[in-house]
Write a protein of this length. Sequence first.
Length: 371
Amino acid sequence: MAKPRDDRQRLLDAAEASVRKRYKEALIGRAAKELETPSVFCSTGSLALDRICAGRLPGGVPIGPRSGRVVHIPGEWSTGKTLLLDEMFKSVIVDLGGLGYCSEAEGTRDPHFGQAIGLPMDLLMVDRPGTLEEAVDHFLEWHDAVRAKDKAVPVLAGLDSLDSTTTERASEKGLTEGGGWHYGGGKGEVLGAGLREIVKRCSRYPTTYVILNQTRDNVGVMFGPRKKSTGGNAPHFYASLELWLTLSPLGDVRGPYRGTPLSAAQRKRLGFGPADHGDVVGRWVRARVTKTKIASTLDRRADFYIDFERGVHRWGGLLQQMIMEGRVLVREDGTAQHKAVDRETGEAETVEFKTTGEWLEWAAQHPEAVA
């Protein structure tokens, strides 16, 4: 015998039907049906970074399956913000069969990294707006045109970068009259109004909007944060995920020295440094989760590696993450133990490694062990 329905259920059914009858475009329904936990992610190119974004692997930036989010990525110069965005564009277009839209306000983007990582340039739309208002309006118009034809295709949009945009007030009147020097030319107010419209699109479709931003020294602050980002508080409030990028203590990586070997006396006489070294070929960057509504990874850090010729290194930094989580144990003799659990049988297996290379080779063959 079927269980009689609660009177509250009938009351909700009647109220929902009344709203839908009067407001045809209303998106209203039970939370159990309307709300979702993100389960589709686009990769940043780094497994370590993907892990702190989603709390697991496969992870990365959430984009659905039905609702996307706003993501804010402020960082210091030369920390790979544009490259991370290109990696996410590639993941959405190639892996998820979606589309990419880039508001190129900085004017420094070139096809080098995109081509190096295999980003399909013909499926990435690039807009060069004159003002922040234009960047928002152009994207909303483009997005509405796409959604009129296809409501399910994943869309990743990126603003590169917020710090490089200007408002109409500052653009038309000049920096001094428009208050650009003192108040950012009204950028915070414009961005707040724009994000109110953007989050509506992100909540209704598989659309994720990534805001790249630059950081500045917070001069005169004694007890607060030493760094700040432009655009006021709007990016922090509206973002579901915020990643703060800085240079990692692991530093830069140099290639082999290709010049003539010199003695200490010759280096001193010629004005060289104390040691021979090659060119910088890569850089380690540290990401910190400063806000998240995606996973319980607040304030978690991860180091990832950027190869200047090949893009973001997929495996760099993941072993350190597994050690911090207690999934990999390092003994005094330098060997490591990875605790892997078989999902089908539930049996635990401990695998030993002597070098990082051995662990990487094993992890590549057993991706489920690092999920």
